[in-house]
Design a protein around this ligand. Structure first.
Ligand code: AMP
Length: 290
């Protein structure tokens, strides 16, 4: 595994690989890696000839009162995880390498960035889209891997890649969870024992709703209610919404198309997000179309 800190060194390393026809996979991260990131890296390593992982805590996607300054970090552990998961090149740029003096051009996502997290984190997806577009231009990957855990992010980035004709396939990897269901997140490190117990309510609710869906429940309001029940233990729910996976518009009534049930909530001072996908089987879709 090679570790590089500049765009010039990154390009110099990747050029011969690309010229030799190697398939390049890319996993952008903000570090403090866990097995969720590990799953993305492993999938890239399995499907590509070379895997680039970036660790960059992107200032432009944090709001003024968010945790940019205190975002957790452990570079030595991250390097070990990257190596063990099959990383070829680890890219560790400083902020000045990504945003040199005079930087002023951004990628502005459209309507997909408005609901859900977009409502509570103004400018967040503009920051995400901008840095991901820049990283795509630096790495020029064939495939880029993103976690289902950040569902809206995957939708915004897929749309951006299409809208800007970025020649990359966006691959979405299922959410990796702890044995008890809690979605892995770098921010879980902020949770003390009591908060960790309450954080579990998010996945409990979502996974119960998914189980009900799989048992045949199709009433959207009922599914949301099932997910809401355990949430009385969390401090404040920002949103709990059932949305169409294509356009992120709320689903009212019957779930007759591919849906995502998404939640964001504070547990103590830690903001957590999670989601489950609810996809009616093809036979259901045919029935509702007829
Ligand atoms: P982050 O370092 O939080 O910006 O995440 C980097 C990538 O890892 C994003 O594509 C996330 O969606 C993904 N990721 C984070 N947590 C998980 C998880 N529990 N399962 C799968 N992917 C994840």
């Amino acid at each position: 595994m090679r570790v590089v800190r500049t765009i010039a060194d990154l390009r110099a390393l990747l050029r011969p690989l690309r010229e030799a026809g190697k398939r390049i996979g890319f996993v952008p991260t903000m570090g403090f890696l866990h097995e969720g990131h590990g799953a993305l890296i492993r999938q890239s390593a399995a499907r590509c000839d070379a895997t680039v992982v970036s660790i960059f805590v992107n200032p432009t996607q944090f709001g003024p009162s968010e945790d940019l300054a205190s975002y957790p970090k452990d570079l030595e552990r991250d390097q070990n995880l990257c190596l063990e998961a099959g990383t070829t090149v680890l890219f560790l740029p400083e902020a000045a390498e990504i945003y040199p003096t005079g930087f002023q051009t951004h990628v502005e996502p459209g309507r997909l960035a408005e609901p859900l997290c977009g409502r509570f984190r103004p400018g967040h997806f503009r920051g995400v889209a901008t840095v991901v577009a820049k990283l795509f231009n630096m790495v020029e990957p064939d495939l880029a891997f993103f976690g289902q855990k950040d569902f809206q992010q995957t939708v915004v980035i897929r749309r951006m890649a299409r809208d800007l004709n970025l020649p990359v396939d966006v691959v979405v990897v299922p959410t990796v969870r702890e044995a008890d269901g809690l979605a892995l997140s770098s921010r879980n490190t902020y949770l003390d024992e009591d908060a960790r117990r309450r954080a579990l309510r998010l996945s409990e609710g979502l996974l119960s709703a998914k189980a009900a869906f799989e048992a045949g429940e199709r009433d959207g309001a009922k599914l949301v209610e099932i997910a809401r029940k355990p949430l009385s233990g969390v401090d404040s729910i920002q949103y709990l919404e059932l949305v169409d996976t294509q356009n992120l518009e709320p689903i009212q009534g019957r779930v007759d198309r591919s849906a995502a049930l998404c939640v964001a909530a504070y547990v103590g001072s830690t903001r957590l997000i999670d989601n489950v996908l609810l996809s009616p089987p093809a036979s259901d879709l045919a029935a509702s179309a007829s």
